[in-house]
Design a protein around this ligand. Structure first.
Ligand SMILES: Cc1cc2nc3c(=O)[nH]c(=O)nc-3n(C[C@H](O)[C@H](O)[C@H](O)COP(=O)(O)OP(=O)(O)OC[C@H]3O[C@@H](n4cnc5c(N)ncnc54)[C@H](O)[C@@H]3O)c2cc1C
Length: 394
């Protein structure tokens, strides 16, 4: 048996960010436990898109704070070998006349009011940035220059290395089997390798946050949802200089970005396949799904009518009823702090989320109020719903 100041369950991009921020804020004795390996959960499946565009202003603020860390990642971590793999190509979002137009207009206006660098583009200006795409039907186009994509696995392993160098113990291959309580307060965890004591436990378990319900009886409304991602090789390259593109006019609210400087990575921002139990194993990618997604791509990128399928994979989102995360302490169990339910958009928030969860665990004031993200909202009905409806735009 060993005692720690804080135990973190889960070494994904959120857990490793939490661990690094804990030491950065002065914690001594931090233990991170993961059943598998650093970054081997859903983090390894991320499309890695970074933007501050959200219709939920609380998310805009977390994304803005996170971007400042991604943008100077090695410097912030104090590790010249750290890398986020950042490609700063910008983020372009467009809507035709129709149901998403007013949501886009309002979201862009609130971003501008918050002082986020943003340009409104004409279809010709958008075409100059992304010539392989057609914008003839676009009624509104926003472009965020301080955005792009990065490598979530690289970020997680960089956070982990920087945390380890500063004394955090990260142990892989250990399953947490029970949360231990004493007089109703957190006392530690029981694991596949014995018991570890701590007065504070941070659960950042993603789709496996259902464990919290099993351990405490507190309902954790999170569903595992599988999504398909394709890499397409078209006749015209999707180069690194071309922005990430969000198509609010397509049925699946497609997102696209460069993959390897030549191919297109594409997926849908809408609901996926609900799984009966948490499981991040690879699922099937049936040809009819490829054909359906490919048809949506060809509608927007005409030359991709003849694109070939270079590769495909699946990834699993931890989806809550309002497609936004649960962040903060659970008052029913003193000493328990949670961060789950990132609903397909947690990578871009992970630096700021790591910091506010670390602050919560250490009893410090948080950079942003966490009340909007409280689990309580699912009981009170004060949901954190975005203007775009269900989906990872939020
Ligand atoms: C296909 C796909 C595309 C995405 N695209 C984007 C995007 O473009 N932009 C964006 O911002 N976000 C995106 N996301 C979301 C983002 O990647 C995730 O929100 C983020 O990586 C989640 O990190 P995490 O640390 O919460 O979870 P995970 O990486 O899943 O880590 C959780 C860890 O907890 C461990 N664990 C769980 N239970 C236990 C236990 N009992 N004992 C020990 N260990 C345990 C697991 O082994 C796992 O390693 C995408 C996600 C997917 C799947």
């Amino acid at each position: 048996m060993a005692s720690y100041e804080v135990i973190v369950i889960g070494a994904g991009v959120v857990g490793t960010s939490v661990a690094w921020h804990l030491v950065e804020l002065g914690a001594k004795g931090v233990l991170v436990l993961d059943r598998t390996q650093v970054g081997a959960g859903t983090t390894a499946q991320s499309s890695g898109i970074l933007r501050t565009h959200y219709s939920v202003v609380e998310n805009v603020e977390l994304a803005r704070r996170s971007w400042k860390i991604f943008d100077r990642f090695a410097e912030v971590l104090g590790d010249e070998d750290a890398s986020a793999g950042l490609v700063k190509c910008g983020y372009l979002i467009a809507a035709p006349q129709g149901p998403k137009l007013e949501a886009l207009r309002a979201s862009l206006a609130s971003q501008q009011a918050m002082g986020i660098p943003l340009q409104l583009l004409s279809p010709a200006e958008a075409s100059a940035k992304l010539p392989i795409c057609r914008f003839d039907d676009a009624a509104l186009i926003g472009f965020e220059p301080e955005a792009g994509f990065a490598d979530a696995y690289l970020v997680a392993t960089s956070f982990a290395r920087a945390a380890r160098r500063r004394g955090v113990k990260i142990v892989e291959g250990v399953e947490v089997q029970q949360l231990l309580l004493q007089s109703g307060k957190v006392a530690g965890v029981a694991t596949s390798q014995g018991r570890f004591d701590a007065p504070v436990v941070i659960s950042v378990q993603n789709i496996w946050a259902t464990d919290i319900q099993r351990w405490t009886g507190i309902t954790t409304p999170v569903t595992a949802e599988r999504h398909t991602v394709l890499a397409l090789e078209g006749p015209e390259p999707y180069s690194y200089a071309m922005p990430v593109y969000k198509d609010l006019g397509s049925p699946g609210m497609l997102y696209c970005r460069s993959y390897g400087g030549r191919q297109m990575l594409v997926s849908e921002g809408a609901a996926g396949q609900t799984l009966a139990a948490p499981d991040n194993e690879q699922g099937d990618v049936p040809m009819d799904v490829v054909a359906e997604l490919g048809a949506q791509v060809a509608e927007r990128f005409p030359s991709y009518e003849t694109a070939g399928l270079a590769s495909s994979w699946t990834g699993v989102y931890d989806v809550t009823p309002d497609w936004n995360p649960v962040l903060g302490a659970l008052p029913e169990v003193p000493g328990l702090v949670v961060g789950f339910g990132f609903s397909g958009h947690g990578f871009k928030l992970s630096p700021a989320v790591g910091r506010v969860l670390a602050q919560t665990a250490l009893g410090l004031p948080t950079d942003v109020p966490l009340a909007p993200y409280a689990l309580e909202r699912f009981r009170s009905g004060r949901l954190l719903s975005g203007r775009y409806g269900s989906g990872a735009v939020s």
